[in-house]
Write a protein that binds this ligand. Sequence first.
Ligand code: AMP
Length: 218
Amino acid sequence: MEIIVLLGAPGSGKGTAAKGLQEAEGVTHISTGTLFREAMAAHTEMGEAIRPYMDRGELVPDDWVVVLVEDLIKKSPAGQRVLFDGFPRTLGQAQALEKLVVGAGSALSQVLLLEVEQDALVDRLGARIGCTSCGTIYNLLTRPPKKEGTCDACGSRLSQRNDDHLATIRRRLRIYEERTAPLVAFYEKRGLLRRIDAGKSPDDVIGQICNILRRDPN
Ligand code: AMP
C-alpha cells in the first residue's frame, strides 16, 4: 500500500483536489472529516463522542483519529494507493502514521502541501456549499451550481457545513496554524514535502499534483 497525504489549511481545496485525483490517477480518497460526518449522521458511538468537537470546529482527539485510520489501513488491499485528505493534523497523528505505515509494510511516498493566502481561505470557506449525497463541493462566488441549491452531478440537495460559519472558520484557521502547520517542517525534514500553488483553479491544482506524482513517484 502506498500513502499520499494532502496537507493544507481548511479551504485550501483538499477535498476538491482529492476528488479530481481520484478520477485522474485512480487513487483511493480517504477524508477523515467525511468519515467523522458520516459517523455523526449514523449516530454511532464514535459519532456521538466526536460531535461536540466537530460542531465547535475543534480537532477530534488523536485517539479517535488514530483508531479510525489504523482500521482503514488494516482493511486496505495491499497494492492500493491511498490519498489522505485531512489526516494527519497533529504531530501526534503524524508520528502514529509513521508507526502504522511501518507496521503495515506500506510507504508514505509524498506529502502535498496546498498553499493559499489566508484572506482567500476565509472567503472560500464562507461561500462553500457541498452536496449532501455525493460530496461535490461548490463555491457560491467562483463555482456556483447550475441550479440553486441542487447538485449538478447527482441532483441532490446542497447545504453549508455546520462548521463553515464565520466564527468557527476563524477558530479552525487558528487551530490549523497552531496544531497542523508544524507538520510542514516535520515532513520537510524527511524530504517528503511538495509545495502546490493552490490559489489557482481546481484544474490547475490537480494538473500540478498529477505532474508531481508522475515525475516524482518515489
Ligand atoms: P475536514 O472535512 O477535513 O475539514 O474536517 C472537518 C472536521 O473534522 C475538523 O474540523 C475536525 O473537527 C475533524 N477532523 C477531521 N480530520 C481530523 C483529524 N485528522 N484530526 C482531528 N480532527 C479531524
